[in-house]
Design a protein around this ligand. Structure first.
Ligand code: TMP
Ligand code: MG
Length: 227
């Protein structure tokens, strides 16, 4: 049995639709579980809760909502789970999370309604911050070739191109030197070329994840987003 770390690591996987996040999250989960490393999986949107059901209906174009309203629902859907996330991490269990607040900003800020970036960020301020963000980078053109593309709202090349730009901006801001936050308390943002084989992407992900899931655990406290 692996010993329990002081607290678990919060690992978020981000990327465009069809960048392979769900596949890679499953692979990573298996890797951790096969090593008896305690881990829990979350996915946002969590379509099961009442708020999640509204989001699901919107994404499948079964209902329409004002862009601000859907943005706030996505954020509320994270806040619903925030206390659970903290408890899980504090109990020494790692979390692998398919999408988080970065998706929230990237997608809303990419809409034709041009909602300001700062407005998009506000509702997620002070959510538990991830320790590691694995950003699976793929060209919208390549993503389009993958199965199932276009089934849901936002799965259009033009939109995804803008989303990729916003992700780039967030990456730069997260990694920027001279930010007022302590560098050691800043989440680590890693960009991974997701245009390669599932195996190659999985291997690279593991190289980045391994240092975060050592038995010694993570000693720094859980961070807060954008604080
Ligand atoms: P999924 O394909 O990972 O289930 O995500 C559904 C869509 O919702 C995807 O196009 C990204 C988008 N999204 C937002 O617009 N805001 C958010 O906060 C999240 C988590 C996802
Ligand atoms: Mg999708």
């Amino acid at each position: 049995m692996a010993t329990k770390p002081s607290r678990g690591a919060f690992i978020v996987i981000e990327g465009l639709d069809r960048s392979g996040k769900s596949t890679q999250a499953a692979t990573l989960l298996e890797r951790l579980q096969s090593r008896n490393i305690p881990v829990k999986f979350h996915k946002f949107p969590d379509r099961v809760t009442p708020i999640g059901q509204m989001i699901d209906s919107y994404l499948r174009s079964k209902s329409d909502l004002d862009d601000h309203v859907i943005h706030l629902l996505f954020s509320a859907n994270r806040w619903e789970l925030a206390a659970t996330v903290e408890q899980t991490l504090n109990s020494g269990t790692h979390i692998v999370c398919d999408r988080y607040a970065f998706s929230g900003i990237a997608f809303t800020a990419s809409k034709p309604s041009q909602i300001p970036f700062e407005w998009c960020r506000t509702p997620d301020i002070s959510l538990p911050a991830p320790d590691l963000i694995l950003y699976l980078d793929i060209s919208p053109n390549k993503a389009k070739e993958r199965g199932g593309y276009g089934e849901e709202r936002y799965e259009q090349e033009e939109m995804q191109t803008r989303v990729r730009e916003v992700y780039r901006r967030m990456r730069e801001e997260t990694m920027a030197v001279g930010s007022n936050r302590e560098s050691e308390n800043r989440p680590q943002w890693v960009e991974i070329d997701a245009g390669r084989s599932v195996e190659d992407v999985g291997k690279e992900i593991w190289i980045h994840v391994e240092p975060f899931v050592q038995p010694s655990g993570i000693s720094k406290p859980i961070g807060r987003l954008w604080m």
